[in-house]
Write a protein that binds this ligand. Structure first.
Ligand code: AMP
Length: 403
């Protein structure tokens, strides 16, 4: 089965063509600057096929972008399919499903309407996801089923005690203001892989999944269900990130807005784009740059890394408390998968809760699922490369197979 996975942004569209039964990736790429001077990238993963990197591609809307992707996939020289009819279904990443969606769903007019109703909760992302869905329907027709996979869905099992904000309750009742959480597809994928690695049913495990990349979040997964996560109504909450502030005293906003006469949108721009490890260090949002700067003695780069690791460690401790213990801690995404130094720092001093010092030989392996726990560690520490696209393709296949 061939599933086209689409992640549509306001002026971009990422795609992958996969076979979820084997996990084989056939092609991937990106459309950028849609509506401007269209850039198109095509990377076939099949031997003997050439990739493409084109600029000034006519992509006035997402429909032309999808058409460009399809043309590349069926191109007679470098395509990986012989015709469009070989695409069995399309799976879309949708950022916010609010309280309406606790799992992936087949896209129908009714579902589209319900997603639209979630737009106020993710005004930058959901409308763009919907544009991608409609563009696919316009180009592929309604014979190719489409499925929505939500970033928030996995977290819908959180109990009220974890998702309720301590603000007047009517804001929840009337406006649905609460913790939702994001990166759900990644947390679900790696927690399932962790159970497989440990050879135990996920229903018997307490797992803390640390998705640490440019955006970062942690989830507490008890018996296969998410019971808490660090992101909130929006992806601004929780850990400090590349450029996002994460949790802080809301009073900071009033103080800075008054002092510097900032508008709300200027304040939000600071919190979303100029904060996090970039804000602390003044060097970069990329942890590789921070590592290099810290190694040369840059004190603020060192502080930024330390603040990040300290917060990760605090959440590991608090989620162990929330679940009444922990069997495994999982590291994933750009930083989680690639930085042995940060994994060491984030798990240091946790022997009291059963996390032995890491096995450094295993900790320095790259690009594979690996158990990096120290010998005899009661709590296992695992590195698991995430694969959100594969999870989206697997969900899509499962839903369309039942049609
Ligand atoms: P992601 O958002 O999951 O793609 O993660 C991107 C982030 O991973 C980058 O901003 C880097 O900070 C981080 N990263 C990638 N490789 C490394 C590495 N070798 N060491 C530390 N951080 C890394």
């Amino acid at each position: 089965m061939n599933i086209l996975v689409i992640n549509a942004g306001s002026s971009s569209l990422k795609y992958q063509l996969l076979d979820p039964s084997t996990g084989e990736l056939l092609a991937k790429g990106l459309c950028e600057r849609i509506g401007l001077d269209g850039k198109f990238t095509y990377k076939p993963q099949v031997a003997g096929k050439a990739g493409k990197n084109a600029v000034d591609v006519a992509m006035p809307t997402h429909s032309e972008a999808i058409q460009t992707v399809l043309n590349a996939l069926v191109d007679k020289d470098n395509g990986v399919l012989s015709s469009m009819s070989e695409i069995d279904a399309v799976g879309h990443r949708v950022v916010h499903g609010g309280e309406s969606f606790a799992s992936s769903v087949l896209l129908t007019d009714e579902v589209l309407k319900a997603i639209e109703e979630c737009n106020p909760l993710a005004p930058l992302h959901n409308p763009a996801n919907l544009i991608g869905i409609r563009a696919c329907a316009a180009v592929l027709g309604d014979k190719v089923p489409q499925v929505a996979v939500f970033d928030t869905a996995f977290h819908q099992t959180m109990p009220p005690v974890a998702y309720t904000y301590a603000i007047p309750y009517e804001y929840y009742e009337n406006d649905k203001v609460r913790r939702y959480g994001f990166h759900g597809t990644s947390h679900r994928f790696v927690s399932a892989r962790a159970a497989a690695m440990l050879g135990k049913p996920i229903e018997e495990l307490k797992i803390i999944t640390c998705h640490l990349g440019n955006g970062s979040s942690i989830a507490a997964v008890k018996n296969g269900k998410c019971v808490d996560t660090t992101m909130g109504l929006t992806p601004l909450a929780g850990l400090p990130m590349g450029t996002r502030a994460g949790d802080m005293d809301a009073g900071v906003m009033e103080f800075l807005m008054n002092k510097y006469n900032l508008s709300m949108s200027e304040m939000m721009n600071i919190l979303n784009k100029k904060s996090g490890v970039l804000g602390i260090s003044g060097v970069s949002s990329d942890f590789r740059d921070l590592d290099a700067a810290a190694a040369e003695g840059n004190v603020r780069a060192r502080l930024a890394i330390d603040v990040f690791c300290y917060d990760v460690k605090k959440y590991i401790g608090s989620y162990a408390a929330a679940m009444g213990g922990v069997d495994a801690i999982v590291f994933t995404a750009g930083v989680g998968e690639n930085s042995p130094e940060l994994r060491t720092a984030m798990t240091e001093g946790l022997s009291y809760m059963g996390v032995a010092p890491l096995n450094q030989e295993a900790n320095h392996k790259r690009g594979e699922e690996v158990d990096i726990s120290g010998e005899g560690s009661p709590v296992k520490v695992l590195v698991i490369p995430t694969n959100e696209e594969l999870m989206i393709a697997m969900d899509t296949a499962e839903i369309v197979e039942k049609l």
